[in-house]
Design a protein around this ligand. Structure first.
Ligand code: PGA
Length: 248
């Protein structure tokens, strides 16, 4: 599988921010890429972004409801995201788990909703600082994976994003050895849950990835790419991360 570098704009970006996507498109055209590229802007911008980027890179949603349609005021289905031009959707981001009380079962249902609509799901998991401090991080991620990743996940419909909660937006990152150990652990959990199909599912790292640390993180053996928040908002920073990935 080719690596994937995904940008998560979170609740940032008005129409004017589409200029960054234009700059990203131009920058990507000028470089030969060793990875796939995805931007998940706010859902309000996906349709306009789709017209602008014309398939130069993929677009995705940041969340979806599990159902296809219905009386769920304010929610968006995977079908709606797909209709607007998305080919991916992030599910189970720690901010959704924290601020919207999403459980592992909710996340698994959302992943299934994504597949039903023909979207690829990026399923997020990761421990809090207290859980790592207590030495429970491997156990916590194993439980999240078991509950959040449906058993028929494959590399074609799913990627995992390991995002330690304490590393998101803080400038802190785990050591390379810690990232390697966690990604190897997640790989073992995937194979236990999915069988052989678990070997090929991409495992992205997320949490304070920036142009300065991306080389050290993204070229680690079990790291299949990155989920990038803050540093994806400016095309120049995001391009520096994307071009930091070496061809296998
Ligand atoms: P960050 O966010 O890169 O700003 O730490 C990552 C994420 O939450 O996906």
């Amino acid at each position: 599988m080719r690596s994937l570098v995904a940008g998560n704009w979170k609740m940032n970006g008005l129409t004017a921010a589409l200029g960054e996507l234009g700059a990203l498109k131009d920058g990507l055209a000028a470089s030969s890429l060793a990875c796939d590229v995805l931007v998940c802007p706010p859902a309000t911008l996906i349709a306009q972004a789709n017209g602008l980027v014309q398939g130069a890179f993929a677009l995705g949603g940041q969340d979806c409801r599990a159902e296809a349609s219905g009386a769920f005021t304010g929610d968006l289905s995977a079908e709606m995201l797909k209709d607007a031009g998305a080919s991916y959707v992030i599910v189970g981001h720690s901010e959704r788990r924290q601020y919207h009380g999403e459980s592992d079962a909710d996340v698994a249902a959302k992943a299934r909703g994504a597949w039903r609509a023909g979207l690829k799901a990026i399923i997020c998991l990761g421990e809090t600082e207290a859980q790592r401090g207590a030495g429970a991080h491997h156990q916590v991620c194993a439980v999240q994976l078991e509950g959040s990743v449906p058993q028929d996940a494959t590399a074609a419909n799913t990627a995992i994003a390991y995002e330690p909660v304490w590393a998101i937006g803080t400038g802190k990152t785990p050591s390379s050895a810690d990232i390697l150990a966690m990604h190897a652990h997640i790989r073992a959990c995937l194979v236990r849950r999915l069988g052989e199909a678990g070997q090929d599912v991409l495992i992205l790292y997320g949490g304070s990835v920036n142009p300065n640390n991306c080389g050290d993180i993204l070229n680690l053996p079990e790291v299949g790419g990155a989920l990038v928040g803050g540093a994806s908002l400016k095309a120049a920073d995001f391009l520096a991360i994307i071009t930091g990935i070496k061809a296998p």
